[in-house]
Design a protein around this ligand. Structure first.
Ligand code: ATP
Length: 352
């Protein structure tokens, strides 16, 4: 029996509601697969933890997280709970950096044409993976002290060969198991850091002659995602472009509640919805748990490519079957199903 220990970090806002739903679905799926077993332990991290104990992510907690097989995270941060310099607490970003989770894997899939604000042409669908570099780029000096008397502020777009190479390689590896196409998104026409990123991408691409490539500037990408999102397979880009484009991409398939993610490094991985804490709908049963449920499926696949894969496919098929019926929609998708209604339906559609 393969046994996995999972740290569940519900966090703040709608985090606890969507994490509960995902744990329920993942447990129910795993119960239907022979030879695999999971145990969840809840750990408090986030703005709520800061209010209780003065630190949103104590070092001891980071060390403990490293002892688990995987981490499932809800959402963290609250608009009113800020550091003295005014910025929000973002332990979910700190975890990525401390555990070196350089791959932000964001699968984008349209489950029903009604979920999209686009008029989807007959025979087309939206199904791609956006891969965001998570540990450098425009977030690289975000924690540096700033002289608060200075009349200017800067952020640095840092791209290292090591950082660019490993994220580009990851993109090609993902594409090998898909439609074998990678699109690089950058701003190589203006920014030196991005021209460097492109040169590394070009060099890595030579190792993957079977994978087709194209290169798109980030401003054009904002346009293409709306006009022709059907053509993309794997998209790779730096940190802040990936942050922005992944929200736009989520919008194409129904919004943040439909966008799962996996933050993966060489030793650890965190699975979480792409959305934040959505404080305006917290505690009302209105949160769409599907992004977190699908993140749970990504977790199972990463943990165990054989038995976990069975559980992951079971969850993805149950989500697809549930959403086939356009009446089955949460509030964000224009329906009236609560978090628990949609979770119940997904559990009832799990089939071994
Ligand atoms: P953050 O700054 O942490 O990203 P945010 O509130 O700015 O937080 P999100 O939490 O991602 O951004 O929310 C963006 C919008 O999407 C909000 O209107 C929110 O209510 C909605 N939203 C996000 N997640 C969900 C969800 N799971 N179900 C329903 N609506 C959601």
């Amino acid at each position: 029996m393969a046994h996995y220990n999972i740290a569940a970090l519900p966090g703040d806002g709608i985090g606890p509601e969507v994490t509960d739903a995902a744990c329920r679905v993942v447990r129910s799926a795993v119960d239907r697969v022979e030879g695999i077993d999971l145990e969840f332990e809840n750990i408090s991290v986030g703005a709520g933890e800061y209010l209780k104990n003065g630190d949103p992510l104590p070092d001891a907690t980071v060390q403990r997280l490293k002892t688990f097989d995987a981490i499932l995270l809800g959402a963290m941060g609250l608009p009113d709970v800020r550091w003295p310099n005014g910025v929000e607490m973002t332990p979910q970003i700190d975890i990525r950096e401390k555990l070196d989770l350089y791959q932000g894997v964001r699968p984008i899939k349209l489950y029903h044409p009604l979920h999209s604000p686009l008029r989807i042409p007959e025979g087309k669908t939206i199904e791609f993976v956006l891969l965001r570099e998570n540990c450098e780029g425009m977030f690289s000096n975000r924690l540096e002290e700033r002289d608060d008397k200075a009349e200017f502020a800067t952020d640095v777009m840092k791209v290292t060969r090591h950082g660019a190479e490993r994220i580009c390689r990851a993109a090609f590896e993902i594409a090998k198991g898909r439609r074998k196409h990678v699109t690089l998104v950058d701003k190589a026409n203006v920014l030196q850091s991005m021209a460097f990123f492109r040169s590394v991408f070009d060099a890595v691409s030579l190792d993957y002659p079977d994978v087709e490539t194209d290169r798109v500037y980030v401003d054009a990408m904002a346009l293409f995602l709306v006009q022709d999102p059907y053509r993309f397979d794997v998209i790779v880009t730096e940190n802040i472009f990936g942050d922005i484009l992944s929200d736009q991409a989520a919008g194409l398939v129904g919004g943040m509640g439909m966008a799962p993610s996996a933050d993966i490094g060489d030793d650890f991985a965190v699975f979480q919805p792409s959305h934040g804490t959505a404080p305006t709908i917290a505690g009302q049963g209105k949160a769409n748990p599907i992004a977190t449920i699908l993140s749970g499926a990504l977790m199972l696949r990463w943990l165990d490519p054989e038995k976990g894969e069975k559980g992951a496919s079971m969850i993805e098929n149950a989500v697809a079957k549930t959403l086939e019926n356009p009446d089955n929609r949460t509030f964000d998708l224009g329906g009236s199903h609560s978090t628990s209604d949609i979770t119940d339906l997904i559990v009832s559609n799990l089939q071994s």
